[in-house]
Structure formats: C-alpha cells, structure tokens
Write a protein that binds this ligand. Sequence first.
Ligand SMILES: [Zn+2]
Length: 293
Amino acid sequence: MKNKRKRSKSNKKINYWLLFLVILLAIVLILSRARRSSRRAFYRPPAVEQSDNDKNTSQNSIKQGNMLEIPSVDKDYLLGRISPAQSEKMTEVDSRFASRKGMFMHTEAYEAFKKMYSAAADDGIRLTIISAMRTFDHQKRIWENKWNGHQKIHGDIYATDIDDHVKRAKEILRFSAMPGTSRHHWGTDIDLNSLQNNYFETGEGKKVYQWLKTNAESFGFCQPYTPHGQQRGGGYEEEKWHWSYKPVAAKYTKAFQNSVNYNDITGFDGYKTAQKLNVIKQYVLEIDPACEY
Ligand SMILES: [Zn+2]
C-alpha cells in the first residue's frame, strides 16, 4: 500500500515534469516564430499601392525584401532632363553595336550589353541597338508627332482623329511613353533589331528573340513589356524589341516610384492626361515581374 502510494506520487512528479517540459517547448516555439515574423515584417518592401501624391524623396532608407538599396537618383536624370554626353553615368555606344552613331547608354548596362553581344555573335546571332538613351526632348518629339497627327499612331489612325484627349493619349500609350516617363531616359533600356513584333516571330528575328529569351537574363537583361496576361495586367503593349538592364533599372524604377509625381510630368502637349490615366502606376510600374526585384 505504502509502495503503491509512493509510486503514484513519483508518477505524479514525472507527469508534472512532462507537463512543464511541454509548456516550455511550446513557449520556445512561439517565441522563435514571433521573432522570425517580426524580422520579415521589418524587411517588407514599401507598399506599391501608395498614392502618388504621398510619394516623397526619402528613398534612401527604403529596403526591399532582398535588401535592395534604392539609390539617390537625381530627379532630372529619371525624367530624361539631362544631356547624356555630359552625364558621368553615360557612355557613348560604339557604332559597331548600333544602327547609328551618337547613342548613349548607362555605362554598367553598356558593359553588360557588350558581353551579351559577343555571346550572341558566337551563337550566330546579331544584335543591333536601334534606340538607347532618349532625352526628355527626344521623347517629346516622338510624343508630339503622334499627338499632333504628324505621324500615324498605328494602322491608318492619326491621333488627331480622336477628339477626347484622354482617349487620344491612351492610344499613343499603347507603344509610346509620355516624355518624362520613358525607361529610355535612364540609359538602361534598349531597343534591338526592329520595332515590329512580327519581325521577331519568323525567320532570323525569331532566332534572335529565342536567343534573348534563353540567354539575356544571364547578362542581366529582361523584357519589361511582355504580353498582357496574368503576369502583367495592362500598360504598354508587348514589345519584343525592348530589353532592360535589371541591376540598374530595377533601382531606378523604385527611385522613380518614390520621387516622381504628376507635377514633374509636364512640358508637352497633352500632359494633363498623365494624372487622369494614372500613368505612373498604370504604365511606368506595369512591367513584367522578371524586371523587378
Ligand atoms: Zn524601347
């Protein structure tokens, strides 16, 4: 009887110890989870849905999930309001890579392009830059030629056939950016070989496009304007010719998002439609996820 009581007493003791250990384990687990999720919350990238009016220039301190540092980029640079020949960030493109002389690229993007060009040449693929850095004024000429009906926008349509300014801008925006909002301002983006998607769908062009789809990424290049679909809901139409040097362009995209607002998108015919069409969110930021960090 005594022994039994003793045994049951010691069993009780063991049970208490077990209970204590289980509780301790649970506390440790809960604490470590809480620490992990608070760390994740700390590195959460800035909200993309932020209203454009709220944007400020405090981009230096913003970090993304993978610790992407947002550089402090001069706003005039982002808007293309610079002279590339005078910019320390830009290098003139050697004419053997391009369809004409006098083009400029961001130096890091150009160095990467030259490597990609050689690798493509080794595989029998010829890459030719037909457009690289474009200034605000260059983009203004492209835009206003279309806006004022000096050039067809597509097919047989002139923009001046469309009286409603918002609708007119929307048609031009299928393939052309408003001055101040083009990725070509940054020198990180280039147009290759042809400005027609159908060139890239048969023969030589198809080989070029397939080579780029397979290899461009390993040189840092991505295609920002892929077909509209699940990955990209809207914005510019597909451009098989337009390639972007992601290591620099992704940072500039963030810097643009953080520092440019609709007071900066001005100085060209039809500029008032920019805010109405929400071009920063609907066009500038509407890129393929492969071009984002
Ligand atoms: Zn382009």
